[in-house]
Design a protein around this ligand. Structure first.
Ligand SMILES: [Fe+2]
Length: 397
């Protein structure tokens, strides 16, 4: 999606004969938005339609939790038990028609291949490293990476060590914010990252094995399994603008203002009716009269979910690694009592957090009910001021 890439062999022109040891290859145009969006062209040893056997269909099941009261919420996710693999282990925490946000701590290896047929994915790797093996080639990843996987990518994870992810799935397109790009698509000088920070697949392995391979495809709000008789990574070459890639939160260049900069300055990705932002270590606001932490705000038409990744969150009462706060629409929020005063003179922050703002309300699952700390709403009360808290003052709320 970010810019033109090519791996392996492709013919001189598109839509002309192209052979591998005499066999005519099957050309697949994988395009978005009909034939008008970005596309890649892949050359397969087999027809990508070829199916040996239809497996089962499993609908996605989400058990909704509707809290009895409308309130700010805090979920402690760090100790959720590992389960499933990198796909089946995704446990939806909140969702709406635009985005589904899941926690994932896999404990099993995928013994099948996966393809999201109805949405783009962003997997934020909180902990762990490994390789995302795909039909576009290998995508190495490490902690701090956002792995952006466009719909239609066939993949499996090959993790190295323990893994902890925050996963976003959307029926829409994950894009780089328009205001960062010029009319030709290049990232402009004011953008917080550049093309060099975007890492496409590194190496293409063309598999020629025959056998039985299961491919699970997310479609129609469920998972359809297909059994095929050839390895799905049978691509000898591809080129185009659609492919999986990584971007590290550590490569996001934060912007500091003389007075406080609003959350959109931290925007990293755009989706339909939602944004994903990265809060990174940075110098804080430098006007002598600046208050270097956020002003209170009423996000009347958005829901604000923040996942705390790293740093000293001690000043937000009860916040810890892996905490998720949800500031729902219709309510004001801001620093807890005493923190604005305490922040004066602070010059830098060392925190990392990932935020997702949605412009339509989010629904919650039973998992959210299980992880809810039940008291976050009261953390703005006088006797919860945290006046004796440690030195750090969070730079985003
Ligand atoms: Fe906020």
């Amino acid at each position: 999606m970010p810019f033109y890439q090519r791996l392996g062999d492709v013919p001189r022109k598109r839509h002309v004969q192209f052979r591998d040891n005499g066999t005519l290859l099957t050309e697949e145009v994988m395009g978005l938005e009909g034939f008008t969006g970005n596309e890649s062209i892949l050359y397969h040893l087999q027809s990508p339609c070829r199916v040996m056997e239809l497996g089962g269909f499993e609908p996605v099941e989400r058990e909704e939790w509707v809290p009895e009261q409308h309130t700010h919420l805090h979920f402690k996710t760090f100790d959720t038990a590992p389960e499933g693999d990198e796909v089946t282990g995704r446990r939806v925490l909140m969702w709406n028609n635009d985005v589904e946000i899941s926690l994932c701590r896999p404990k099993e290896q995928m013994d099948y291949f996966f393809r999201n047929g109805e949405g783009d994915e962003v997997v934020f790797v909180h902990e762990g490293a490994g390789t995302l093996e795909t039909n576009f080639g290998d995508v190495p990843y490490k902690d701090g990476d956002y792995i952006v996987i466009p719909r239609g990518t066939t993949y499996r994870f090959r993790p190295d060590g323990e893994q902890r992810y925050l996963v976003f799935e959307t029926p829409g397109l994950i894009t780089i914010p328009k205001r960062y790009r010029n009319e030709h698509g290049q990232l402009m000088e004011h953008a917080p990252y550049y093309h060099r920070d975007i890492h496409p697949p590194t190496e293409l392995h063309t598999h020629r094995d025959k056998g039985e391979f299961a491919v699970k495809v997310r479609v129609r709000d469920g998972y359809q399994t297909y059994v095929i008789d050839y390895h799905p990574f049978d691509v000898v070459g591809w080129d185009g603008y659609v492919y999986p890639w990584t971007f590290s939160i550590h490569d996001f260049e934060p912007i500091t203002g003389r007075i406080h900069m609003p959350p959109p300055s931290h925007q990293t990705f755009a989706g339909p009716n939602f944004v994903i932002c990265s809060f990174c270590p940075r110098k804080l606001d430098f006007d002598p009269e600046a208050i270097p932490i956020p002003y209170h705000h009423s996000n009347l038409q958005s829901e604000e979910m923040i996942y705390y990744v790293d740093g000293n969150f001690s000043s937000r009462k009860g916040i810890e690694l892996g905490s998720v706060t949800l500031h729902p629409s219709g309510l004001p929020h801001g620093p807890q009592p005493g923190l604005a005063e305490k922040s004066l003179g602070m010059t830098e922050t060392h925190e990392y957090a990932v935020m997702c703002d949605t412009f339509h309300p989010l629904k919650l699952t039973r998992l959210a009910a299980d992880l809810d700390d039940g008291k976050y709403m009261y953390s703005w009360a006088e006797d919860a001021s945290g006046a004796d808290d440690q030195a750090g003052v969070t730079s985003h709320v």
